[in-house]
Design a protein around this ligand. Structure first.
Ligand SMILES: [Zn+2]
Length: 152
């Protein structure tokens, strides 16, 4: 009962994914377990594009509790194998951004070409510019300094 109450407290009634999970909106459910749902993305990059989401509302991928991370990513891995078996794509890729819907969800997508998930102009822009060596060294040193200060 206490657990149930806690789960409800962490629901966001304005959240699309919470509303899908609660059955307030139709969802193309692929499978579920006590902690996660797997559903079809209704705007797929290709057929078989899945969303893996925790049932509990969490705003950011990086705020998911440690104990849920491994089961979530193992489920993503399991779904990638299902996509490979059913659709035989060139590759299965994953993405999570947190820029759009604020409920953690991992896209697991079959892709058949380089530009299925990353627009050609983004790849061309990246390839067109390589920062100078000193800039890359500076960025790497900033991370190293931060991580050393954190003791990690
Ligand atoms: Zn939510």
């Amino acid at each position: 009962m206490q657990q149930h109450k806690r789960e409800e407290d962490r629901r966001d009634t304005s959240c699309l994914i919470c509303r899908l999970i609660q059955g307030e909106l139709p969802m193309y459910l692929v499978c579920e377990d006590p902690s996660f749902v797997v559903m079809l993305d209704i705007h797929p990059v290709n057929p078989g594009h899945l969303l893996v989401a925790p049932k509990m509302h969490v705003d950011s991928f990086y705020d998911v509790e440690d104990a849920l991370y491994i089961p979530m990513m193992l489920l993503v891995k399991r779904m990638s194998r299902a996509i490979k078996a059913v659709f035989a794509p060139l590759q299965v890729v994953m993405a999570t951004s947190g820029v759009g819907n604020r409920h953690v969800h991992v896209h697991v997508m079959p892709v058949y070409g380089l530009y299925d998930v990353v627009p050609k102009e983004v790849i061309e822009r990246q390839e067109a510019y390589t920062p100078p060596n000193e800039e890359l060294v500076k960025v790497a040193r900033e991370f190293a300094a931060y991580l050393t200060a954190q003791g990690s």
